[in-house]
Design a protein around this ligand. Structure first.
Ligand SMILES: Cc1cc2nc3c(=O)[nH]c(=O)nc-3n(C[C@H](O)[C@H](O)[C@H](O)COP(=O)(O)OP(=O)(O)OC[C@H]3O[C@@H](n4cnc5c(N)ncnc54)[C@H](O)[C@@H]3O)c2cc1C
Length: 357
């Protein structure tokens, strides 16, 4: 009989795990309290990269996920599941930092190069070029995270997964240190294994089952413009504003790709950053703001993902992380293999919850 798995959360991580589990023959039910991608996923800058990996192991995981994005794009084959590959262009006030970054990333085998303002203008003619040199990372991309999550969920449903929206899990069911299912406001659902992919809400769900998940979440602001003509091809990391353009024309921007300070009034903050964007991209001077997102980023306490079974509690698999857009394909693939075969992945070994215990 197929292994019965409940996945809590239909953000990009829950969606990817559900898709890969379904592809591996599991009997999957996804339970989402709101709508698809309604947590951090909807508020993400959604830059797919291995640019800032603090350890070699984390770099390897991110690189594996970039490769997995290419594979998954072909597999899902859906208009909404298309990464805008093209790389990033980044510069700061300090060229020494840039030289060092190019060396570090280059030594790791990351395809990066230093380009001058004229080369910048050839790549991004609609942008005001930087005064000095700029770091060009060639193999990065970005995606519309909400559309991508919906496409993944649709693909999972096509493989037999049941996806329930508007149903909030009250707590996990537990018997003799084993999670046996979930309690909803309407009744109980039994499962051989429960995957908790509930973003910033994961901590509270597993705490009820006696599992400590140390988190250091943080709020930040991301803004989306009304659709504009195609002006920006790459992810742009300028000193005062980071931005990229979605395939539907909307420009996603913030003080930093991981969001920025919200300030007292998010709308005033957004208007101030819009002016910085319009200075960098003069063609956007008549473009307005469509949405302002205040997102809470799920960040495990040491900054690295928590992926895997919680030791001491059977039937419970955790997947909680920042950089979840970059990591979703590889996490979905490896987590589903671990859940279905009990074979432990070396790539995931550094990210067990046990490191905090
Ligand atoms: C401002 C910002 C910028 C970012 N930039 C990047 C970036 O450039 N690149 C990158 O790779 N990552 C980035 N991230 C991080 C990335 O977006 C997240 O790591 C990722 O979206 C996490 O996905 P998730 O599925 O784990 O969580 P979420 O998207 O939060 O999904 C969790 C889901 O669980 C549901 N849920 C919660 N509790 C329950 C319950 N009790 N019952 C049922 N359902 C429940 C929620 O409704 C939600 O839909 C950024 C995040 C933010 C906020």
């Amino acid at each position: 009989m197929a292994k019965k798995i409940v996945v809590i959360g239909a953000g990009i991580i829950g969606a990817s795990i559900a898709y890969h589990l379904s592809a591996n023959g599991a009997d999957v039910t996804v339970i989402e309290k709101s709508a698809p991608a309604s947590g951090a996923t909807a508020k993400s800058f959604a830059w797919i990269n291995a640019h800032f990996a603090e350890t070699d192991e984390f770099f390897a995981l991110r690189m594996a996920s970039i490769a997995a994005w290419h594979t998954l794009e072909k597999e899902i084959d859906h208009a909404d599941f298309k990464v805008r590959w093209g790389g990033s262009l980044g510069w700061g006030d300090n060229t020494e930092d840039q030289t060092e970054q190019i060396q570090v990333l280059g030594n790791l085998g990351y395809r990066v190069e230093m380009i001058n303002p004229a080369e910048f203008s050839t790549l991004e003619p609609a942008l005001r070029p930087p005064d000095g040199t700029c770091l060009h990372a060639l193999d990065e991309g970005a995606i519309d995270p909400v559309r991508a999550t919906r496409a993944l969920l649709q693909a999972a449903a096509g493989l037999g997964a049941r996806i329930v929206y508007g149903c909030s899990i009250k707590h996990l069911l537990m018997q003799n240190n084993r999670i046996t299912g979930v309690a909803t406001p309407f009744g109980e659902i039994a499962a051989d294994e429960v995957v908790v992919a509930a973003g910033v809400w994961s901590q509270g769900l597993v705490a009820d089952a006696g599992v400590g998940l140390p988190m250091d979440n943080s709020y930040s602001i991301i803004v989306r413009t009304t659709p504009a003509e195609p002006l920006i091809s790459r992810v742009i990391l300028s000193p005062d504003v980071h931005f990229r353009q979605d395939l539907d024309g909307a420009v996603i921007f913030a003080e930093s790709f991981s969001g920025g300070e919200i300030g007292d009034d998010p709308s005033k903050t957004a208007t101030r950053i819009l002016k910085l964007l319009q200075h960098r991209v003069p063609g956007l001077r008549r473009t307005g703001i469509e949405n302002i997102f205040v997102g809470n980023r799920p960040i495990p306490a040491d900054g690295f993902p928590v992926i895997g079974r919680a030791s001491g509690t059977q039937g419970l698999y955790l997947a909680s992380m920042h950089s979840g857009i970059t990591l979703a394909p590889i996490v979905g693939k490896l987590a589903s293999q671990e859940i279905m075969s009990d074979r432990q992945s070396d790539l995931l070994a550094p990210y067990r919850l046990s490191r905090f215990q």
